[in-house]
Design a binder for this molecule. Structure first.
Ligand code: PEP
Length: 264
């Protein structure tokens, strides 16, 4: 049985409050017909309250793109899980490759953040993925295994692991227009699921969703999400266009419908 797909829109540092309002309106209209998919919007911090107000009473959920591991204190410029929860967030993206590459995020800081997300009662989307150089040196799995091992070192079954989401995001595919092929994505997703099985047991591994991210567009979404272990998409660029983002969510809904018909 396929897991309920999760389609997430990572707006990155885009969207004034006015732009956020417009984006949400279009997505809201489409989302009411997409019950098969969980759709989560990740606006910048400054638009969280606006988006929360707009999606109230709808199936859309809210998430944040990052958080600090401490609850409060002298951490200028940072935001805590409790603050995000108070704002209505349900998900937090942790360890996005842009944060790793541009802001010095490490597997160790990712680990602290993952623990804090669980502690706060939020759901983490842990991003993992290799660079092109690492893929070409046949180090893809070695890199991802290390990111999982350190990132999830402190996670335990008691954390309700079904709240965990993993996003496989090959760095070479992010924002480049060059997506992983469905077969490349499935290969890594299957390895991640078998790692989760060894680490947390089969029941948890079967329930944890593994999203693919990296140049997902309406024309490649269906094929990527038709793969057995691809449970939705983390979408960057295309999430800033209502038509594209809703088409991706619709593709996920169709996959889900198809999968449940074939298991009926
Ligand atoms: C991302 O930033 O997580 C991402 C997948 O971006 P894009 O869809 O633009 O490649």
């Amino acid at each position: 049985m396929k897991r309920r797909p999760l389609v997430a829109g990572n707006w990155k540092m885009n969207g004034t409050i006015q732009e956020a309002r417009q984006l949400v309106e279009g997505i809201l209209r489409a989302s009411r017909k997409l019950a098969e998919v969980e759709i989560v919007l990740f606006p910048p911090f400054t638009a969280l309250a606006e988006v929360r107000d707009r999606i109230q009473g709808s199936p859309l959920l809210l998430g944040a793109q990052n958080m600090h591991w401490e609850e409060k204190g002298a951490y200028t410029g940072e935001v805590s899980g409790g603050m995000l929860k108070e704002l209505g967030c349900r998900y937090v993206i942790i360890g996005h490759s842009e944060r790793r590459a541009l802001f010095g995020e490490t597997d160790e800081s990712v680990q602290k953040k993952i623990s804090a997300v669980f502690r706060t009662g939020l759901s983490p989307i842990l991003c993992v993925g290799e660079t092109l150089q690492q893929r070409e040196a046949n180090q893809t799995w070695k890199v991802i295994e290390r990111q999982l091992e350190i990132g999830l070192d402190k996670a335990k079954a008691a954390d309700s692991m079904n709240r965990l989401v993993i996003a496989y995001e090959p760095v070479w595919a992010i924002g480049t227009g060059r997506n992983a092929t469905p077969a490349q994505a499935q290969e890594v997703h299957a390895l991640i699921r078998s790692w989760l099985d060894k680490r947390f047991g089969k029941t948890e591994a079967d329930s944890i969703r593994i999203q693919y991210g990296g140049s997902v567009k309406p024309d490649n979404a269906a094929e990527l999400m038709s793969q057995a272990d691809v449970d939705g998409a983390l979408v960057g660029g295309a999430s800033l266009d209502t038509t594209s983002f809703t088409a991706i969510a619709e593709a996920a809904a169709l996959q889900r419908k198809g999968a449940s018909c074939s298991t009926d």
